[in-house]
Design a protein around this ligand. Structure first.
Ligand code: AMP
Ligand code: MN
Ligand code: MN
Ligand code: MN
Length: 281
C-alpha cells in the first residue's frame, strides 16, 4: 500500500520539527508522499521540498487555513497549492497578523487570572517571526508547571469558557476555498469529526463547503476514531467528496499518531490523490 500522509506541521507553525527534520522523520517512517500543511503559512515548503528530493519523498505543497463558519473555527487544508500565489500569500499574512492580536488578547486574559509573561513565553516557543498559536501558549503553561501536558492545558485554560480563551474572527470559509482554488489547489475539510456541530449543522457545513468549491474531506486523521472514519467515508461517498488521509502530526509526545502511522482509507473512498500524476499507480 502507498504510504501517504497529507497533514502535518513543522516549526513554521506549531510543530516541533523543522521542515527538514520532519521530512527526515517521514523517510524513517517509510512515508512515500508527504504534504506539509502548516497553519496559515506556506513558509516551510521550499525547505521541505529540498529535503524531500534528497530522501526520495514526493512532497505535496499544503497549508491548513483557519476559517470562521457560523462563529465556529473550522480548518481547511489546501493541497497542491502554489505557495507563491499572491492572493494566497497575502491572505495568509493577514491571518497571521490577526493571530498576533489574538495572542495579545490571550495573554491579557491570562494576566487577569494571575498568569504573567505568557505573550513573551509563547513568542519564545514560536521562534522569531513565526506564526503564534495556542500551542505555543500551551507549551509555555506546561513549562511553568500549570499542567502536565498540552492536552490538559487546552482543557483547563485555552478553550471557550476557560481563563486563557480569547474569541477570534478568522476568514470566511468561501474566501479560504477561493485562495486555495485560485492557486491551483484542492480544498479539504480537516478533521470534520472534531467540530462541535449537530447533524443538521454538519450537513449544512458539508453542503456549503461543496457549493463554494470545496472538493474533499479528511476521512482518516489522527483525530478520528475508527467509527468516525467510517462515518466520514460514507459522507464523502454520498456527497461525491474526495477522501484524504493525514496524521496531523505535530511532534513526538504531542500526537497520538506518528507520520504515516494512521489507518488506510476505507475502500469505498475515492482518494484525493486518485488523479495525481505518478502517485499511487
Ligand atoms: P490555534 O490555531 O492557534 O487556535 O491552535 C490550534 C492548534 O492547537 C491545533 O492545531 C492543535 O495543534 C492544538 N490543539 C487544539 N486543541 C487541542 C487539544 N484539545 N489538545 C491538544 N492540542 C490542541
Ligand atoms: Mn496545530
Ligand atoms: Mn486542524
Ligand atoms: Mn493540523
Amino acid at each position: 500500500m502507498l504510504n501517504i500522509d497529507l497533514h502535518c506541521h513543522s516549526t513554521i507553525s506549531d510543530g516541533l520539527l523543522t521542515p527538514t527534520q520532519l521530512v527526515e522523520h517521514a523517510a524513517e517512517r517509510g512515508v512515500e508522499v508527504l504534504a506539509l500543511t502548516d497553519h496559515d503559512d506556506v513558509g516551510g515548503l521550499a525547505e521541505a521540498r529540498q529535503a524531500a528530493a534528497e530522501k526520495n519523498i514526493t512532497l505535496v505543497n499544503g497549508v491548513e487555513i483557519s476559517v470562521d463558519w457560523r462563529g465556529q473555527t473550522v480548518h481547511i487544508v489546501g493541497l497542491g497549492i502554489d505557495p507563491e500565489h499572491a492572493q494566497l500569500v497575502q491572505g495568509l499574512m493577514s491571518i497571521r497578523d490577526g493571530r498576533k492580536v489574538r495572542a495579545r488578547n490571550i495573554a491579557a486574559q491570562l494576566d487577569r487570572f494571575g498568569i504573567h509573561g505568557s505573550f513573551e513565553g509563547a513568542c519564545r516557543n514560536a521562534g522569531d517571526g513565526h506564526l503564534i498559536g495556542r500551542m505555543h501558549f500551551a507549551r509555555f503553561l506546561v513549562q511553568q508547571g500549570y499542567a502536565k501536558d498540552a492536552k490538559s492545558v487546552f482543557r483547563k485554560y485555552l478553550v471557550k469558557g476557560k481563563p486563557g480563551y480569547a474569541p477570534h474572527q478568522w476568514v470566511p470559509l468561501g474566501e479560504a476555498i477561493g485562495w486555495i482554488r485560485d492557486s491551483g489547489g484542492r480544498a479539504i475539510i480537516a478533521h470534520p469529526g472534531r467540530y462541535k456541530l449537530d447533524k443538521k449543522a454538519l450537513d449544512d457545513l458539508l453542503g456549503e463547503f461543496r457549493a463554494l468549491g470545496g472538493e474533499g474531506i479528511e476521512v482518516v486523521t489522527g483525530s478520528h476514531t475508527p467509527e468516525q472514519a467510517r462515518l466520514f467515508a460514507r459522507h464523502s461517498q454520498r456527497l461525491g467528496l474526495l477522501a484524504s488521509r493525514g496524521s496531523d502530526f505535530h511532534g513526538a509526545g504531542e500526537s497520538h499518531f506518528d507520520l504515516g502511522g494512521i489507518p488506510e482509507l476505507p475502500s469505498l473512498c475515492t482518494p484525493v490523490w486518485h488523479d495525481w500524476v505518478g502517485i499511487g499507480k
